[in-house]
Design a protein around this ligand. Structure first.
Ligand SMILES: *[C@@H]1O[C@H](CO)[C@@H](O)[C@H](O)[C@H]1NC(C)=O
Length: 197
């Protein structure tokens, strides 16, 4: 199993690990090389990227169970946030809030977890594609990464006027070239210059 811990922060702008999500300039799923490498940042290594926004990717290299821990630190707001997973359901194995009602940092959470204070329900966890990460709290979800593709986990309630908050979960997939070749093309909009001439 691989376990990844991210911090959800709200300091006027809501972010994951100090970044906002950047939609790729190219077709990440079928033409990954068309996406500029400098816009990609791997979840956990976001600080290597100097931009405010980057394409936050969680690369899964083999079929295995992935645990994602989201800590909604709650230093800047009292809001809980709803996440929606595309293409997969997740087992919600734990969710809770800090005991003293105070904000909880990612590192404080880590310490609690290391001390065994975060209990996971592995017996009969609810299976969801949408879940809440409570303010000054956390939610832990697990998924079996057995279906290839690039799947978005996105914050649904992080404000539609604000910058995107999401993670792209990248599970290896081989798409036959014959399929790629017949997919509809899209790209930058080119105005019909005939109208102007
Ligand atoms: C959050 O709630 C507390 C307690 O009700 C309040 O004192 C504080 O001002 C609230 N913070 C924000 C950012 O709304």
């Amino acid at each position: 199993m691989v376990s990844v811990l991210v911090a959800l922060q709200d300091r006027g702008v809501i972010q994951i690990n100090n970044k906002n999500f950047l939609y790729p300039n190219g077709l990440y799923l079928i033409k990954p090389h068309s996406v500029r490498p400098d816009v990609i940042c791997n979840v956990g290594d976001e600080m290597m990227n100097k931009q405010l926004q980057c394409l936050q990717v969680m690369k899964i290299t083999e079929k295995k169970v992935v645990e994602l821990v989201i800590v909604n630190e709650g230093f800047g707001s009292n809001d809980s946030y709803t996440f929606n997973m595309h293409g997969y359901s997740m087992r919600v194995v734990a969710t809770g809030q800090s005991k003293d009602g105070k904000p909880i940092s990612k590192s404080e959470f880590q310490l609690l977890d290391k001390r065994g204070k975060i209990e996971r329900n592995l017996r009969n966890p609810p299976v969801k594609d949408t879940f809440i990460v409570p303010n000054k709290g956390y939610t832990i979800v697990r998924l079996n990464a057995d279906r290839g593709g690039s799947w978005m986990l996105e914050c649904r309630s992080c404000g539609f006027s604000s910058l995107p908050v999401a993670i792209l979960i990248d599970v290896p997939v081989a798409i036959p070239k014959a399929v790629v070749d017949v997919l509809p093309k899209c790209g930058g909009y080119k105005p019909a210059d005939v109208l102007l001439n």
